[in-house]
Design a protein around this ligand. Structure first.
Ligand code: PLP
Length: 398
């Protein structure tokens, strides 16, 4: 008799997206002409940059020719893309192209990295959190090994190193859902913690392209010593409109080690092994598209998209503040963390926005206990929609 991995039974978290979909469908049925503004799911709102589209098409055409056809590529990515990433993202840092592993998404990478570590590892996860870190560890049987790091208003939503010893620490900066990014000093405290406790930092930096604050590093490796203790995850999804294309990368430095008994094992070698077993890589045209992000035209086009999302963030942020609301984030990320009026749960406030303003948001409680009392707004939208959303919110007279 086939038996399931019983850890799936431990996934008790409320699945918010099906509930949001059901509520949105109900609204559409009751108000077929409603013009719904989606500030919920963090998906891109602008079309693919033409330089990237051209490079992908060119990649497909190459595959049509006998002399340049392609079959399976390397499981950890083509050298041309690794070199482009090294040259453009890590030129000034001590990271080699062979420490970069191309993948189909930061989601896949951040969910899979825990497979390298012992089941009894103690794992620190922020609360609220991007749910993938928690769920992937639950499925791996670590229900009792999670240490939550509360991120509250009092600590600027920044997770602080705990007194307890942890083995793995997930950090997401700039953060989804709070929109807040860790500065140099805050990241240094984590590197020091990792060194002191032989821990490994798993740093999800999927929103690096949105950083505007001068004291926020665009890579953990700007912190001295981080190449010994940190793995970084980046993605082309939000920085270059790849959510529907799929291309990302993990940086696993050769200086990161964990233990088997008292023997030091290279995490870089283990990840390479894991990837070669579980992945046949990302398609050639997608990697050509990702390479094109670093061309002059690609940079111009993708940067202007990021600037546009940040501008919509500023419109929403300033508009909400002018209406007397308290909001965080939005400056170094495409998310606004909106403190909801007292006396309402985040689901109740979600319902008010949906039913009265026809605006989709995400209730903070969907990201963890400490998310209650907040709502996440995505700034992946257009100027007219951001302005229209504000008008509707203003009419609520909250
Ligand atoms: N990490 C964070 C923090 C995210 O918010 C997301 C997507 O929303 C991802 C990773 C997933 O990125 P990708 O599209 O590269 O899988």
């Amino acid at each position: 008799m086939a038996k399931i991995n019983s850890c799936f039974q431990d996934l008790k978290r409320e699945y918010i997206f099906p509930i949001i979909e059901r509520k949105t469908d109900e609204l559409k049925q009751n108000h077929p002409n409603a013009s719904i503004i989606n500030l919920g799911i963090g998906d891109i709102a602008l079309p693919l940059a033409s330089s990237i589209a051209k490079a992908i098409c060119q990649g497909v055409l190459e595959m049509q020719e006998k002399t340049s056809m392609k079959g399976y590529g390397p499981s950890d990515g083509y050298q041309f893309l690794k070199t482009a990433i090294k040259e453009n993202e890590y030129k000034h840092l001590n990271i080699g192209a062979d420490e970069i592993f191309i993948s189909d998404g930061a989601n896949t990478d951040t969910a899979s990295i825990q497979e390298l570590f012992c089941q009894s590892s103690i794992v620190a996860i922020t609360d609220p959190t991007y749910p993938v870190y928690f769920d992937s560890n639950i499925i791996a049987g670590r229900l009792k090994n999670i240490l939550f790091l509360p991120c509250t208003k009092e600590s600027r939503f920044v997770p602080l190193p705990p007194k307890e010893k942890c083995d793995l620490v997930y950090l997401c900066t700039p953060n989804n859902p709070t929109g807040v990014a860790l500065n140099k000093e805050e990241l240094k405290a984590w590197v020091d913690y990792a060194k002191a406790h032989d821990a490994i930092l798993l740093v999800d930096n999927a929103y690096a392209a949105f950083i505007t604050s001068s004291d926020v590093p665009s890579s953990i490796y700007e912190i001295p010593g981080a190449t010994d203790v940190a793995i970084e995850f980046k993605s082309f999804s939000k920085s270059a409109g790849f959510t529907g294309l799929r291309c990302a990368y993990a940086v696993v430095p050769k200086g990161v080690f964990a233990y088997f008994e008292d023997k030091k094992i290279s995490i870089h070698s283990l990840w390479k092994k894991r990837q070669s077993i579980k992945s046949n890589g990302v398609s050639y045209p997608m990697q050509k598209g990702a390479e094109a992000v670093y061309t002059k035209e690609g940079q111009k086009e993708t940067k202007s998209q990021v600037v546009s999302y940040l501008e919509q963030g500023q419109i929403l942020l300033h508009g909400l503040k002018t209406l007397g609301h308290t909001c965080y984030g939005g400056t170094d990320s495409p998310y606004i963390w909106w403190q909801i009026p007292k006396g309402l749960t985040s689901w109740q406030f979600f319902d008010i926005l949906l039913e009265k303003c026809h605006i989709i948001s995400i209730p903070g409680s969907g990201f963890g206990k400490s998310g209650e009392g907040f709502l996440r707004l995505s700034t992946f939208t257009t100027k007219d929609k951001a302005e229209e959303a504000l008008k509707r919110i203003a009419s609520l007279n909250l």
